[in-house]
Ligand binder design. Sequence first.
Ligand code: GLC
Length: 588
Amino acid sequence: MCTPAFGRSTSVMCAIIVTNTGRRRRVSEIRLFLLSRSVLSMDGHREAGSSVEVDDLNLSRLLNKPKLNIERQRSFDERSLSELSINVRALEGYDSIYSPGGYRSGFNTPSTARNSFEPHPMVAEAWDSLRRSLVHFRGQPVGTIAANDHGSEELLNYDQVFVRDFVPSALAFLMNGEPEIVKNFLLKTLHLQGWEKKIDRFTLGEGVMPASFKVLHDPARKMDTLIADFGESAIGRVAPVDSGFWWIILLRAYTKSTGDLSLAERHECQKGMRLILALCLSEGYDTFPTLLCADGCSMIDRRMGIYGYPIEIQALFFMALRCALPMLKHDAEGKEFVERIVKRLHALSYHMRSYFWLDFKQLNDIYRYKTEEYSHTAVNKFNVIPDSIPDWVFDFMPTRGGYFIGNVSPARMDFRWFALGNLVAILSSLSTPEQSMAIMDLIEERWEELVGEMPLKITYPAIENHEWRIVTGCDPKNTRWSYHNGGSWPVLLWLLTAACIKTGRPQIARRAIELAESRLLKDGWPEYYDGKLGRYIGKQARKFQTWSIAGYLVAKMMLEDPSHLGMVSLEEDKAMKPLIKRSNSWTC
Ligand code: GLC
């Protein structure tokens, strides 16, 4: 618990805080200092002299474009946009590419304790549970276990450290000024990447990162050993395409948060990045810049009809490419990748913004499509048959709002909404600012469907009956409105919160966090909820699911100190023209 003892004057506020993690620190904030120094840009980059990303900015933009700036003391929604539009960045200049976004000199307290003197009681409980989930290897913390559910009879692989699951844990530790575990994790997984990976007689690509790993303790021999799963043990035997992308994204978050460039610059990290990039940038038979994937190769790690070009992977792919770009050394090997990344980003953003984007106008255009068009003049390039548009999407689509649909490939559009892909699209600026706003509009307009009583639906709507049989292969875990098939996943709260802050709509995050706070602790931090409204604890949901816990903490810390956003957010890169507006025709 946080027990503050503070004295206040008009300009100075001091507090002794016993933090939720049991640390005792003195926090001193001088308001005038904050007003002039700790001013945030729209996507949360702390502007305190050091925290501007050169990779995301150029000088002309600094000088010309008035930015949306936000002070720390007051929340975004308390003030009008015009009030926020003061450009202090131009006055302050910028210095380092890797600015300590998570650290603030003298402020090392969990931010939940820092800004709010009465943190929710759940915060302390969450920290305790998160620490209980720590996994050690030869005395060092290297990750967090997926679930710490002692009540569960079947452990399956929930006793392992999953790469994707560790991301919110890592962010929580970074935000709390504990980067060591993140560094250990990055190095340990990098080491695992170096292993030879075989499924039966087939050898996987060198760059594949594991889905998860486990530490085996042998008390007799006082030995710790590691085992890793690259898909060869996973249900369905699919390699995790998202792991490598998350690894790169986390490396940037670490670098940005700590200001420690030396880790990313290490030979082995450079090589690890290049190996991941080599896998996803390789040339083949592709006619699209998107990445072709097997079903179940991401957070949705079972057959759910997301084979092809799933939005989750495309958004993570885009984000990982953008994160890698400034971290890659421009040496002989790195330079080649830099060039390939730039080209791919350009094509990928165009493709996604044009063909995956759906709003009212776009839906109406597709509805009226002609089919069987041949040659480069075709409007309906992928030959989508309008009859294949599902009924639900006509009702679901609000007049205001839009989203990136689940998948686009020849004669196939998966119109389902997928939360992770859309939120990562906002954070990575894969979506244009207009599209980001439209995604947030959609979440607001379709709150009952997408959030309901527990944030956040992983996908919408659920598939049922015959379609469920065909698409999932009769998967009993993925019945309608359960698990990956329309279930609600509390972990997504941190992504929603980050997207809300980036788009200047923290009130949406606040509403979602309140919903989570009414249930999560009481229900024992379930992995997911079931039902159309997400009202029921998931049929087979694990309790004390670590990423539900960490996701909540990250959401809280980010909302209370939006400067943390810089760790997981990238500004729009104007070089990725042409900028496609909210509703664009398929011809452009
Ligand atoms: C389930 C989820 C997957 C997660 C894993 C561990 O398999 O689908 O996304 O990484 O559990 O929590």
